[in-house]
Design a protein. Structure first.
Length: 194
């Protein structure tokens, strides 16, 4: 019960807002719609579970796993940034780079890039590792859970959003957010490489 004695509503709110801004699921809507167009359903339950599992792994053993493989957090961040770079080129140029396996059932093809690196990528990992130094685990786990609810709602409503948004609007959003993701990827590479 000592674990729950550290619960603090103010900490929970702070962690939730920090994670919300890093994950930026609302900003990922154009990526989700682009992926839906390519593969169909994005399997919100599976992506939410995988994202949540990755975040909990990052929280409790993230640094140890990277150290086990001799990788530092900066190298991991650059690797995630390179994937984001490729996704941004795909969105801006309208070229398919991430190809899904037509022989598969399609369930795994939405995990990458959505669960990793979009939702639970290098930015989320480094944020969770940083949060662990300043906040109690129970509040961080609560923040993760609240963000997972929002992630699930956005993923689940992506079909509705796709029907409601005009095709031209989706294309413009994809180009704009592709440019933003490109800038984020370059920023991650600059911060962790130089």
């Amino acid at each position: 019960m000592e674990f729950f004695s550290d619960f603090d509503l103010k900490e929970l709110f702070s962690v939730t807002i920090i994670l919300f801004s890093v994950i930026d699921i609302l900003g990922s809507i154009p990526i989700i719609l682009n992926l839906r167009k390519k593969i169909g359903d994005v399997h919100p339950e599976r992506i939410t579970l995988v994202s949540g599992g990755l975040m909990l792994i990052y929280l409790f053993v993230g640094v140890k796993i990277l150290q086990l493989f001799g990788v530092d957090v900066q190298s991991f961040a650059v690797a995630g940034a390179l994937i984001l770079l490729i996704i941004s080129f795909e969105m801006i140029l309208g070229r398919e780079i991430f190809k899904h396996n037509a022989a598969s059932d399609g369930k795994g093809s939405s995990i990458v890039p959505l669960a990793f690196p979009i939702i639970a990528g290098a930015g989320t990992m480094t944020t969770l590792i940083s949060l662990k130094a300043a906040y109690h685990d129970v509040n961080i786990m609560g923040g993760i859970f609240l963000n997972l609810i929002l992630i699930f709602v956005v993923l689940k409503s992506s079909g509705w959003l796709e029907r409601k948004l005009e095709p031209g609007t989706v294309e413009v959003l994809q180009k704009v957010f592709g440019l933003i993701i490109l800038a984020i990827a370059i920023k991650l590479i600059k911060e962790n490489l130089f």
